[in-house]
Design a protein around this ligand. Structure first.
Ligand SMILES: Cc1cc2nc3c(=O)[nH]c(=O)nc-3n(C[C@H](O)[C@H](O)[C@H](O)COP(=O)(O)OP(=O)(O)OC[C@H]3O[C@@H](n4cnc5c(N)ncnc54)[C@H](O)[C@@H]3O)c2cc1C
Length: 310
């Protein structure tokens, strides 16, 4: 039986593994369906991880993290977990795709969240090369340039305001003429002279060349077409929380979830189920940054160690 099973090998899962195995847990395995590193490996540049002054790609940033964890005994299993459930005796069952199953005394779920894609032509092709879902991360690359933002919810409007502090102009494209965001945020957006509202409109295509995005093609409800020459487009059409592994046979989640499906945790990353922890982007109120996910992972790793030792 494992002392600890970690589901997901992004910054949260890797840091949880580092702290738990270095802290003395003997049987720690991290289950990651792809290569370890998480969603940041899809980003061309990261420049806000404290202490790392050099700008590097997400892939380079995460390169040494798995090796550091494995040095202290954490094992990595390249498997996709399908379900985590708890037995009456207090231990956990980790089911993998293909009928494999392992047992664990404690579990940290760090499966992250996935920004929803809009499905616009060119979005996948230019993702990470002009198409972004993170203004905090990528906004600075468009300093004093014009960008487009797609969306009409709180995140889209808040990120448009954030980008307006950096960029020369922000074109906010929304398919309706009213926003789903809080009135205070809507007022701020409408009063911001650097934000141009393009309402009742959709983006038909994101186009570019080998060096990245060159612009977006827009059409409004009357069928009028418009071409916006921007090097960056930020898409905020919602997030999918990767909480599927917590769903039980009866369709109910193993632990408490928030209204958006985020895992409810306390400051120790404890969920509503003893021995089950949640960390990183999938938890409630996550700041969705590498440093924050790593911090959550460290907390969860320390707490899992305490739980198993008790
Ligand atoms: C384009 C882009 C740019 C970004 N830029 C920055 C930046 O500049 N600075 C910054 O701080 N943050 C940035 N971020 C945000 C940052 O990447 C996330 O906040 C961080 O990666 C969250 O870490 P996590 O460990 O919680 O989840 P993730 O990184 O999402 O890792 C979750 C892992 O779980 C795995 N997984 C999911 N389901 C299963 C399953 N069922 N079984 C096994 N494995 C599973 C996934 O494969 C993934 O590797 C960026 C994000 C994107 C998309």
């Amino acid at each position: 039986m494992l002392d600890l099973a970690i589901i997901g090998g992004g910054p949260a899962g890797l840091t949880a593994g580092l702290y738990a195995s270095r802290g003395g847990l003997q049987n720690v395995t991290m289950f990651e369906k792809g290569m370890p590193g998480g969603q940041i490996t899809g980003s061309s540049e990261i420049e806000n991880y404290p202490g790392v002054s050099e700008v590097m790609s997400g892939l380079d940033m995460m390169q040494n993290w798995p090796e550091q964890c494995m040095r202290f005994g954490m094992k990595h299993s390249m498997e996709e977990v399908s379900r985590v459930s708890k037995r009456d005796d207090g231990t956990f069952e980790i089911s993998m795709l293909g009928d494999k199953m392992v047992e664990a005394k404690s579990v940290i779920v760090c499966t992250g969240s996935t920004p929803r894609r809009s499905g616009i032509k060119g979005e996948d092709k230019f993702f990470g090369r002009g198409v972004s879902t993170c203004a905090t991360c990528d906004g600075f690359f468009y300093k004093d340039k014009e960008v487009a933002v797609l969306g009409g919810g709180d995140t889209a409007l808040e990120e448009a305001l954030y980008l307006a502090n950096i960029c020369s102009k922000v074109h906010l494209v929304h398919r309706r003429d009213e926003f789903r965001a809080s009135p205070v945020t809507v007022k701020k957006v409408k009063e911001n002279k650097k934000i141009e509202l393009i309402l009742n409109s959709v983006i038909d295509e994101i186009y570019g060349d080998n060096s990245g995005v060159n612009g977006v093609k827009i059409s409004d409800k009357q069928g009028n077409k418009r071409d916006l020459a921007v090097p960056g487009i930020f898409v905020f059409v919602g997030m999918n929380v990767n909480n599927e592994v917590l769903m039980q046979e009866d369709g109910k989640p193993l632990c408490d979830l928030g209204s958006n499906g985020n895992v409810v945790v306390d400051l120790k990353m404890k969920t509503s189920v003893a021995g089950l922890f949640g960390a990183g982007d999938l938890r409630i109120d996550a700041s969705k940054q590498v440093v924050c996910a790593a911090g959550d992972g460290a907390t969860a790793g320390i707490q899992a160690l305490e739980y198993v030792n008790d």
